[in-house]
Design a protein around this ligand. Structure first.
Ligand SMILES: Nc1ncnc2c1ncn2[C@@H]1O[C@H](COP(=O)(O)OP(=O)(O)OP(=O)(O)O)[C@@H](O)[C@H]1O
Length: 457
């Protein structure tokens, strides 16, 4: 049984009856109607997938003009309607005209049942895939809008940020590969998206890939795709992220986390500008703009032999080094106000400003988690605050981060303190690399961020 609703329109009762008797054996629902004048009502009341439309209605008419008129009418309601025209007086010219006007197919009366079924089932497949594409387009548009909302714009007018903006404006419209360096939470993703937003690819996809979360096995299948049967779970062909980002921008985050083997594979794709899906030998051309980011010292890693120099040269045509938040002076307050506004709206609070003690405290604080930490601090303060402005006590900034001393190891620690210490040690060991620290602790990045937030690290 095909999951489709068919509307059959013909002025001949016998035709309607025989169409209904035959088609309802194969399709979920068959609706019949004698006059095309009922089309509007029927289309507004039912989810119709296929329309089988007669071409002549008035007595003695045989030129098919009425059919063409109603075809145009149906398509003016929705261009995606699938209409199959039928006539007893078929001629090639009329068929061509109907197809040109947007009919999906054409069938002669009296029909053979197998032929009618074949025509309608292939039209139904077409309808299903058009519906799927439309749905995916809608999902894509809303995801892109969410992304644009999330990475609204770069807040900040300190000297270092102004300089970065200046470079960004020059580089964005080119297809140059950009490497963004900076500590965790400094806004690498925000800058990457801003580059995309000001590029000629802005109406195409911005594909974010967190390389830190891909192990050796997943790396190739996720980035380059695979053919059906390439490995046990490969039940169907799947394009990789490079193919999916076609025409747009691919943002490879945490590139410093790649093993040397993965670096070699990535380099070969970037050099040849082609990908080969796992289990296939065909090379597919790719057209993507590459932006990469990391919080790791790639130049040092090249010296130590843990990052390939040729790969670094390939990705760093332009380098943007994002300063830590504590080096951005008054931007701290600008960002705090920006987050205050958005969280006040989100939590329906009327909070307009910070008192002067809170402002000084924010300016003195180290912000080891940079802008992300500031964002979390302000969100918490907005939720907790009872007054009309945010005071220093609402910020709940940890005192040792004004001085920076780590807690000493104690033997009689509570479980929570032990967990906090382990999290801190893993982060220190991996020099703030969240993906690596999370992997060592057996946590996802999101779970680790939750703990960082919980323990105020
Ligand atoms: N200049 C900025 N203006 C506005 N919002 C910012 C800015 N910089 C960062 N943010 C916000 O701070 C948060 C962290 O930024 P982002 O995810 O870009 O940092 P990151 O450097 O990519 O972090 P990580 O290295 O941990 O992946 C995001 O919610 C982002 O919207």
């Amino acid at each position: 049984m095909i999951e489709a609703t068919i509307l059959v329109i013909d002025d001949d009762d016998d035709i309607l009856l025989s169409a209904k008797l035959f088609l309802k054996q194969h399709f979920r629902q068959v609706i019949t109607c004698k006059s095309p004048k009922e089309i509007n009502v029927l289309l507004s009341r039912n989810e119709i997938d296929l329309i089988l439309l007669d071409m002549n209605y008035q007595k003695g008419a045989s030129d098919g003009r009425e059919g063409l008129y109603w075809l145009e009418h149906i398509l003016s309601i929705d261009r995606d309607h699938v209409v199959i025209l039928m006539t007893a007086y078929g001629n090639v010219e009329l068929a061509v005209q109907a197809i040109k006007k947007g009919a999906t197919d054409f069938i002669l009366k009296p029909w053979e049942n197998e032929k009618l079924f074949a025509t309608l089932s292939s039209a139904s497949k077409l309808r299903q895939s058009t519906k799927k594409v439309k749905k995916l387009e809608k999902i894509h548009t809303s995801l892109q809008k969410d992304m644009a909302r999330q990475f609204d714009h770069i807040v900040g007018d300190s000297e270092p940020v102004k300089k970065l903006q200046h470079v960004l404006v020059k580089v964005a419209p080119t297809d140059a590969n950009v490497l963004i360096l900076g500590e965790n939470g400094t806004g690498k993703q925000v800058f990457a998206y801003e580059l995309h937003k000001h590029s000629q690819r802005k109406n195409s996809i911005f594909m974010h890939v967190d390389l830190g979360s891909l192990n050796e096995n997943l790396f190739e299948s996720e980035l380059f795709g695979y053919a059906k049967g390439a490995f046990t779970d490969a039940k169907e062909d799947k394009p990789g992220r490079f193919e999916l980002a076609e025409g747009g921008t691919i943002f490879l985050d945490e590139i410093g986390n790649l093993s040397l083997a993965m670096q070699a594979k990535l380099l070969s794709v970037l050099q040849n500008r082609t990908v080969t899906r796992l289990g296939e030998s065909k090379e597919r051309k790719i057209n993507v703009r590459l932006i990469t980011a990391t919080n790791m010292p790639l130049n040092e890693m090249v010296t130590q032999g843990t990052f390939r120099q040729d790969l670094l040269f390939r990705i760093n045509t332009v380098e943007l080094l994002l300063p830590p938040l504590s080096h951005r002076g008054q931007d701290i307050l600008l960002l705090a106000e920006h987050f205050l506004q958005s969280f006040s709206a989100k939590y329906h609070k009327v909070l307009h400003k910070f008192d002067s003690k809170a402002q000084n405290m924010m300016l003195d604080y180290h912000w080891p988690g940079n802008v992300r930490e500031l964002q979390h601090v302000i969100e918490r303060a907005v939720i907790m605050s009872d007054g009309s402005q945010i005071g220093a006590e609402d910020l709940q900034l940890s005192p040792q981060k004004f001085g920076g001393a780590a807690a000493p190891l104690q033997t009689d620690m509570a479980l929570g303190d032990m967990e906090k210490l382990m999290v801190q040690k893993a982060i220190d060991k991996h020099k703030g690399n969240i993906s690596r620290a999370a992997a060592e602790l057996g946590l996802t990045r999101a779970a680790l961020y939750r703990r960082i937030e919980k323990f105020d690290l």
